[in-house]
Design a protein. Structure first.
Ligand code: DGJ
Length: 742
């Protein structure tokens, strides 16, 4: 049993292999938070001593007896509003007569086998039948609000999921003003916040900062999870490193506007409230109506950030993503975007496909520009029929040509947007979001289709269905190239942003169910919607429009704190790089792209024979490492923020019998210090042979004497490895280790 109710102590304990979470049904039915941390059995309620701190209100019923019991100072499982707690609220409702707030008290709980589901929303599944669910019902009798807190415990995964269902149990209408998925009070500790900020072509830059008094917010108001902030954060002990110390990861399974707010209060306690962005949100519930807030994933590890990332990676791959591709080898693709942009015709595409086949790729992807009259990004979104000017004869002969080469075929779409210059917009101008009386804001010349309108969601589904039914398509790149503004449309203003996301999810759900054999890759102008909501259906997401491998080291590192490498779309592109103008060696580009869903995005026709030979070798190498890269445990070998001249990471198979070390020199130095590394995650007792020891694109001033040998795991982890001195622009290294005996 991973969920235990102790009736005498009135505690509910949730245990995973390495963590424990406890709550207690406290005086007057307050649901108190007891503990979340490293696994420990016991009753933790005595950790929270009641004390009069002044100016913290006491419930009326207790006021004669004590001044120490206040919802303002006690750790709570779900914070309300306008009811004695001045810290961040998680739930707030208002009634037509002006009453507003939420004062939630325990009513009942239930423990059951299996995993709860959230209608219309993505949520983790239970593929191995190990989840147990706890449902705790709280009630505000006065306002007629019921809150059902849902927790699912995945014992072997060290993951606890949380969700919140709000119900109007009163006789009239109620407005939800705030409905956060998760409220987590951490009364003790000295926490740093690690979060992932950025911008277009520079997504998910890891930033670690101490949490000081007051409020800190990580948020998106863009209608999408966004390039700027990611709905994932890690709270880590001030002294935690990649390999030691308390770390707590919080990830929203949501793709729309969100807020993750943190407050360090007057007693130095920390509260985290995470969920749908409350600004502009309001949701009307009639009598008996329910609202489901998106799911939130929690993982606690006492042994550092690497261990935390590994748990999220496994969970997202196995328990969250419902695509059959999630745990399978993905095709190595060649995408024509950076090779041609909009400038292509049938011959050009077929010649790229021929080159892709000759290099050893599996899949050719035709990107933007194949439809309507699209010759630049100003027109035709919504007109999902072939651009005959470019592709005379249509898609069918083109696809046939690609298939005859023995390749699979993939196609780009951007189904949620519409161009003003399109037949679709001319036919349905009311399908685009815009505030009446005002010209809409354009972004990349695009307008946003109102997915809150069921007819629009149906139209998108039918259009995609027709495309997939008509053509022999194996892969879809689903792009989304602008953020949402001008929120006015079918759904009421306060509901529109969330209903838009629900509309998107309904289309994703229906189309992936109808075409399970098609591999879908998410994309939003690069990585503007890289989140667990999208990953529930699509096993991979294009990570960034910046394909410069040196920039990608940071982008992919930031992304990899929460998301598995197999989900990170990463391609080898041309040099000099189109986004930064930097030149990097071909094999370094591959070393970096292999730490992701691997592919190419360049014109092989412009490469020399020597470069093509190298690409063939890269593809062979990748196939050899593919399973390890996709399923292995990721170890970052460098600490964030350290002054250093290289980036290094390592994958270790679950059985610890294989490992791949990758390293890229990011800054060549004169008279460089020896580059010494200690490996991680190996079996100290085992012996490992260096099956491959590849140094790419380096000039080695000293002869490499020792080289491939056999070492014990202990020697590699405790004494480490010193690499040969490498000179040149951005050389890289891959060392593949195989265990020879126990
Ligand atoms: C943005 C994507 O991130 C690119 O890869 C490419 O598909 C363009 N959109 C096409 O418009």
């Amino acid at each position: 049993m991973s969920i235990v109710y102790d009736a005498s102590a009135k505690t509910l304990s949730l245990n995973t292999r390495e963590s424990s979470y406890q709550m207690q049904i406290g005086p007057l039915g307050y649901l108190l938070h007891g503990y979340y941390g490293r696994r420990a059995e016991g009753n933790f309620t005595s950790l929270h001593r009641q004390k009069d701190v002044g100016f913290s209100p006491v419930p009326y019923e207790l006021a004669e007896k004590t001044r120490g019991f206040s919802p303002d100072t006690l750790p709570l499982e779900l914070s309300g509003a306008n009811a004695g707690d001045f810290r961040l609220p998680a739930v707030c409702v208002s009634l037509p007569d002006g009453r507003r707030g939420a004062d939630l008290r325990y009513v009942r709980h239930e423990i059951r086998k299996g995993k709860y589901a959230l209608p219309g929303l993505p949520a983790a599944l239970d593929p191995d039948g190990e989840a147990e669910t706890l449902s705790v019902t709280l009630r505000d009798e006065t306002l007629g609000l019921e809150a059902e807190l849902l927790y699912a415990v995945y014992e072997s995964r060290d993951v606890i999921t949380r969700a919140l269902r709000l119900k109007n149990i009163g006789g009239g209408q109620m407005k939800l003003e705030k409905a956060a998925s998760c409220c987590l009070d951490l009364p003790f500790g000295d926490w740093d916040l690690l979060h992932f900020h950025g911008r277009h072509a520079m997504e998910r830059q890891p930033e670690r900062q101490p949490l000081l008094h007051g409020e800190t917010r990580i948020a998106s108001r863009r209608g999408e999870s966004s390039h700027q902030h990611n709905p994932f954060l890690i709270l880590c002990d001030r002294h935690a490193t990649e390999d030691a110390g308390d770390c707590l990861g919080v990830m929203l399974v949501y793709s729309g506007s969100f807020e993750m707010a943190l407050e360090k209060d007057q007693m130095d306690a920390l509260r985290l409230v995470a969920g749908i962005q409350p600004e502009g949100f309001s949701w009307t519930l009639g009598p008996g109506d329910c609202f489901d807030a998106p799911e939130c994933l929690l993982c606690f590890r006492h042994d550092g950030l690497n261990a935390l990332s590994q748990r999220f990676h496994r969970f997202l791959r196995r328990d969250l993503c419902r695509s059959a591709f999630s745990e399978k080898a993905r095709p190595i693709l060649l995408n024509n975007w950076e090779a041609t942009y909009f400038d292509f015709d049938r011959e050009k595409i077929l010649s790229l496909a021929r080159e892709a086949r000759d290099l050893g790729a599996d899949l050719f992807v035709l990107d933007d520009g194949w439809f309507g009259r699209r010759s630049d990004d100003r027109s035709s979104l919504g007109d999902w029929f072939v651009n005959e000017e470019k592709l005379s004869g249509g898609l069918e002969p083109l696809i046939r040509g690609v298939k005859e080469l023995g390749l699979r075929f993939g196609l780009w779409v951007e189904p949620e947007m519409v161009s003003e210059d399109s037949a679709l917009f001319r036919a349905h101008p009311d399908w685009a979001l815009r505030v009446p009386g005002r010209k809409p804001f354009l972004s990349r010349s695009e307008l946003v289709l109102d997915l809150s309108r069921p007819a629009v969601a149906d139209w998108i589904f039918e259009t995609l269905k027709d495309l997939l039914a008509r053509y022999d398509i194996d892969y879809i790149k689903w792009d989304c190239n602008r953020s949402l503004t001008d929120l006015w449309g079918f759904a009421p203003a306060g509901e529109l942003a969330h209903r838009w996301v629900l509309g998107l999810y309904s289309v994703m759900d229906r189309i992936t169910a109808a075409f399970p054999q098609v591999l879908f890759e998410g994309c939003a102008g690069g990585g503007g919607r890289f989140d667990a909501g999208i990953l529930s259906w699509f096993p991979q997401i294009w990570c960034s429009d910046d394909t410069d491998p040196i920039e990608r080291l940071t982008i992919q590192r930031g992304t990899g704190y929460g998301y598995p490498l197999s989900s990170i779309g990463a391609h080898v592109s041309a040099s000099p790089n189109h986004q930064t103008g930097r030149s990097t060696p071909l094999d370094t580009r591959a070393t970096v792209a292999m730490a992701g869903a691997f592919g190419y995005e360049l014109d092989p026709g412009k490469l020399s024979e020597e470069e093509k030979t190298r690409i063939r070798a890269q593809i062979r190498r990748f196939r050899g490492y593919e399973k390890l890269l996709r399923e292995g445990d990721l170890f970052r070998l460098t600490e964030l923020g350290d002054e250093r001249d290289y980036e290094a990471w390592q994958l270790v198979s679950e059985e610890k019998d294989e490992s791949l070390l990758s390293l890229v020199i990011t800054r060549p130095r004169a008279n460089a210090k020896p580059l010494h590394l200690r490996l991680k995650g190996l079996d100290p007792e085992g012996r490992y042979r260096m099956e491959n020891y590849d140094v790419f694109d380096a000039f080695l001033p000293e002869p490499a004497e020792e080289q491939p040998g056999e070492y014990s795991g202990a020697a590699l982890m405790y004494a480490g490895l010193t690499l040969p001195r490498m000179m040149g622009d951005y050389p890289s290294v891959q060392i593949f280790l195989k265990k020879t005996k126990e």
